[in-house]
Design a protein around this ligand. Structure first.
Ligand SMILES: Nc1nc2c(ncn2[C@@H]2O[C@H](COP(=O)(O)OP(=O)(O)OP(=O)(O)O)[C@@H](O)[C@H]2O)c(=O)[nH]1
Ligand SMILES: [Mg+2]
Ligand SMILES: [Zn+2]
Length: 256
C-alpha cells in the first residue's frame, strides 16, 4: 500500500481489517536500475516545489514533471520563498518550462500561500521536491490542523535536512487534499520505456510518429521531425538534449 490508496475495510472488534486496495487512478513512482519506489497513489496533480535557497536542480524538476506526464497527472511548479532577493534569478531556469505551458506559481509559504489555492481546488496534489524547499511549510500554511514539522536547511551544505520522513495526505476540504512527501535527492525514470519517455515531453507530442523512420529514436537520425522542430525554434534544444540523455541512460542500464 502507498499513501493515497483507497481501501475497503471490514470492521473487526474495535479496529478494522483492510480487505481490498481499490484500483488506482494514478501511481507516481521513481525508479533506478536497482529498485523502484512508489511515492503516492491516486494523486491527480503534482506540484514540484523549488526555492532560491537551498539551490535546486532544474533537471530534477523536469524529471518529476515527466513522471507526472507519464501518469496523465496535471502538474505545476511552486517557486517558494519569494521573500528571498535571489528569487528572480532562481526563476530563470524555470522560464523554458513556463514557455512549454507549465504553471509557475511564485509565493512565500511563510507569509502568504493563498496564490496556490485556486490551483489546488478539487485536486489531490502531491508536493514533491528537494529537501528544504518548503513543502511542509506549505502544508502548514494551507491546512492549519496539520502542524507538521519543518526544518532549517544547512547553509554549509546548501541542502535541506530531510525533515519529513513519511508521505502523508492532509485534507483541505472534501474534494481537495495535499500530500506532503520527504525531500528527494534524485528521481530516476527507468520505468519509462523509450516511447513513454518521448510522450512525457509534452511539447514533442505533435511531432511523434512523423519522423522519416518509423522507429526514429530522435537521437540524430536523418529526417527527424524533432531535429527540424529544434531548427525551427519550436522545440527547446535543451529539452531534446535532456531526452537524449535520459534515453542513453536507459540503454546503458539495459546493457548492464
Ligand atoms: N524565507 C523563507 N523561508 C521559508 C519559506 N517557506 C519555508 N521556509 C523555510 O525553509 C526551511 C525548510 O522548510 P520545510 O517546509 O521543512 O521544507 P521541506 O521541503 O518540507 O523539507 P523536507 O521535509 O526535508 O523535504 C524552513 O526553515 C522553513 O522555515 C518562505 O516562504 N520563505
Ligand atoms: Mg517536509
Ligand atoms: Zn525523430
Amino acid at each position: 500500500m502507498v499513501c493515497g490508496d483507497q481501501v475497503e475495510v471490514r470492521r473487526a472488534g474495535d479496529g478494522g481489517v483492510i480487505e481490498r486496495v481499490l484500483p488506482r487512478t494514478t501511481l507516481l513512482y521513481r525508479s533506478d536500475v536497482f529498485r523502484s519506489k512508489a511515492i503516492a497513489a491516486n494523486a491527480s496533480q503534482v506540484a514540484v516545489v523549488v526555492a532560491a535557497r537551498p539551490s535546486f536542480s532544474p533537471e530534477l524538476v523536469q524529471r518529476c514533471l515527466l513522471a507526472a506526464e507519464d501518469q496523465g497527472m496535471a502538474s505545476l511548479i511552486v517557486l517558494n520563498k519569494a521573500d528571498l532577493p535571489e528569487t528572480a534569478t532562481a526563476r530563470a531556469p524555470l522560464e523554458p518550462l513556463a514557455h512549454i505551458g507549465y504553471r509557475v506559481v511564485t509565493l512565500s509559504a511563510e507569509s502568504d500561500a493563498t496564490p496556490l489555492l485556486p490551483h489546488l481546488q478539487g485536486h489531490t496534489t502531491l508536493l514533491i521536491g528537494q529537501s528544504g524547499m518548503g513543502k511542509s511549510t506549505l502544508v502548514n500554511a494551507l491546512c492549519p490542523d496539520a502542524a507538521v514539522a519543518t526544518g532549517e536547511y544547512s547553509e554549509a551544505l546548501d541542502s535541506g535536512r530531510h525533515t519529513t520522513t513519511h508521505t502523508r495526505l492532509h485534507r483541505l476540504d472534501p474534494d481537495t487534499a495535499l500530500i506532503d512527501s520527504p525531500g528527494l535527492q534524485e528521481f530516476a525514470l527507468q520505468h519509462l520505456d523509450d516511447e513513454a519517455l518521448a510522450r512525457a515531453f509534452v511539447e514533442f507530442r505533435p511531432f511523434l510518429g512523423q519522423c522519416r523512420f518509423r522507429d526514429c529514436r530522435h537521437a540524430g537520425e536523418p529526417g527527424c521531425r524533432l531535429d527540424e522542430a529544434v531548427a525551427a525554434g519550436t522545440v527547446d534544444p535543451a529539452r531534446l538534449k535532456l531526452y537524449q540523455t535520459l534515453l542513453r541512460r536507459r540503454q546503458g542500464a539495459a546493457r548492464c
